[in-house]
Write a protein that binds this ligand. Structure first.
Ligand SMILES: Nc1ncnc2c1ncn2[C@@H]1O[C@H](COP(=O)(O)OP(=O)(O)OP(=O)(O)O)[C@@H](O)[C@H]1O
Ligand SMILES: [Mg+2]
Length: 235
């Protein structure tokens, strides 16, 4: 999206801080201001400035980092008024400055993830092709429906994205067919899939995107096509 001139903010809403680390901020846990700090401030009714705590990546992307403190926040949110919409209040503060805000969620349906669902217009669900978490996906889609009914009526599922697809096996095709059969009538399964590649595995340690690390590779071109597919839908 950034390559196409869009202003993009990434929000790391995963306590593991993998997104933060993969953008080159290799020690998320030692950062002064993170999503947990900001959400804590909002819970305490303290003023938050639009640019506060936002880091800038050399490829023209902004990042609200996340770290282990999100786990503590997750627990303390339970007793907070408007506990599902703290992240939404943050996004209202920064929304004006960006064309797209992407929230990277943790692989669990706790309060932080519910906060993300309560803030989002749509959800993109990556599913690893080597492992089909049908139960998890069912639970996820159920939770999305519940948040849509109770907290965020505009919430949609953007689509399911197959990742780490190994074209040498038929496994991905089988999984794709199974997904289509189970969810195809309700949820889009993206036509573009992300192939498995060592080049992609390398970038989390490099602090750069696949477009910089391996611009001519199959993963870069797959993400390029996916971006077009997503943007075309949003026009
Ligand atoms: N297309 C790919 N081909 C090969 N390896 C990949 C690919 N995409 C991601 N990986 C690798 O798989 C690992 C996990 O990737 P990623 O962080 O995107 O997954 P995740 O599901 O968000 O994980 P987590 O649950 O830890 O947040 C990383 O080491 C990454 O480099
Ligand atoms: Mg992740």
């Amino acid at each position: 999206m950034a390559k196409q001139g869009k202003k993009v903010l990434l929000i790391d809403a995963d306590a593991q801080g993998s997104l933060t680390a993969s953008l080159g901020f290799t020690e998320p846990d030692s950062l002064e201001v993170t999503l947990a700090t900001i959400m804590g401030d909002l819970i305490n009714d303290e003023e938050v400035e639009p640019g506060e705590g936002i880091l800038h990546h050399e490829e023209g992307i902004d990042l609200m980092p996340g770290n282990i403190e999100l786990s503590g926040l997750e627990v303390s949110l339970v007793n907070v008024m408007s506990r599902e919409t703290v992240l939404r209040s943050y996004i209202e503060i920064v929304r004006e400055s960006y064309d797209y805000i992407l929230i990277d969620c943790m692989p669990s349906l706790g309060m932080i993830t519910i906060n993300a669902f309560a803030s989002a217009d749509s959800i993109l669900i990556p599913v690893q092709a080597a492992y089909l978490p049908v139960k998890g996906l069912q639970q996820l889609i159920k939770t999305v429906g519940k948040v849509k009914r109770q907290i965020n009526p505009k919430l949609e599922i953007e689509g399911i994205l197959l990742t780490m697809v190994d074209s040498r096996t038929n496994y991905a095709k089988d999984i794709s067919a199974m997904l289509k059969e189970a969810y195809g009538s309700r949820v889009r399964i993206f036509a573009n899939v992300i192939p498995i590649s060592v080049r992609a595995a390398e970038i989390s340690a490099e602090g750069i995107s696949i477009y910089k690390h391996d611009p001519k590779g199959k993963v870069a071109s797959a993400y390029d096509s996916l971006t077009k597919e997503v943007l075309a839908d949003g026009q």
